[in-house]
Ligand binder design. Sequence first.
Ligand code: UN1
Length: 457
Amino acid sequence: MNRDNYNQLVNKSHEISIKWRSLPAPQRGEYIRKFGEELRKQKVNLAALITEEARKIKTESLGEVQEAIDMCDFAVGLSRQLYGLTMPSERANHRLQEIWHPLGIVGCITAFNFPMAVFAWNFCLAAVCGNSIIWKPSPRSNECARGIKNAWDKISDDFSDLILILEGGNEESVALCEDNKISLISATGSTQMGKELAPIVSARLGKLLLELGGNNAAIICPSADLDLTVKGVVFSACGTTGQRCTSLRRLFVHEEIYDECVSRLNDYVNNLIIGCPSKDSSQVGPLISEESFNNMQVILDSLRSKDVEILGGERLEIEDPKEFYVRPALVLVDQIEDEMLKETFAPILYIKKFSDLKDAISMQNNVKQGLSSSIFTNDMRESELFLSESGSDCGIANVNIGTSGAEIGGAFGGEKDTGGGRESGSDAWKNYMRRVTATINYGEELPLAQGVEFDET
Ligand code: UN1
């Protein structure tokens, strides 16, 4: 990495952040509104870049650009809602107030699988909150990053530098993490990546927002509507070729409906149209790389060596021989296997029978990660238990929908090895600001808090 270039980039980002933060927030929102309009105009072309680089099927690529547009709309509204609380003071003629200010520069590290939406989660909030952003995209997503930057440059007048891209790999990520001038590091990727980067940021007491690995589970109860359940499960497990952090990896099915569920899931998976992601008909595209394919096969081989039953999982030699198409694997386990406890970024779905819902919830929670979870049931007692403090320990808990495909309006993220961060909707904007608690005395006396006396003698 060229240090001079890096320093110049950070200086530019700092300079623009000073100009940008002095604009009233609703004016910042106006820029984001225009950015959203530009993304709408370019939606089809931007989606084509995602399909090109991330190999996502068309409808999912369009959905990802839509997610970025939705974030813009959300942030425009937010630009008039960066509220601070006013609290009653214990002292006469005093007022306590919270004021929110921008942080400065946000460093944003994103992964290959959501090359635009996750950036939009971060940028839209960071920008309305008054920050500039330096974006280190995945080395596999540089064209997507450039596409987004071009859209911003078209509408941003003098504020083009609000988005600066730092292309590269681990070295560039580490440089951002080490740099005191980067107030917040928001990083999306594997748990391993998070564990490497977090100590660097923490050593300088920098702020961190982590969205790391998941090992998401769903529970199917006897009362579930199996038509919607099967569709929800297959989309979550096989959609995006199992390469979402929210992808479904583990399924617990009640014994009463186990055989029927497995047979219907297997039929659905066998009928999936697996093929070139730019074809309208394709439902599942290839894996991102040979390495991903090999990782998947290592896990399946290890299960086979223990005589675990696997349906599918093989490579499909269709169309371009350089692409790695696979049939999603359904792995029927009698007991919890070690392989199930890891996140393999590929379409492998472990299926296990249960008889007691509490056991299913405990198996679901008994992994290091804590991102997303679902229950399929029409029994209110079961769904409420799942959502209660004794239920799912994840940041996302769904009823009668799969684990993936969250809307932007809610806070997105998870617990434990998932990193604890919350991005996107709700009050995630607070991560991108610093809070000032102001106590204002508008009286003529100086009473001290807690009744402390300090009188002249
Ligand atoms: C990710 O895979 O890093 O909920 C993000 C979802 C998408 C975002 C996934 N909206 O599946």
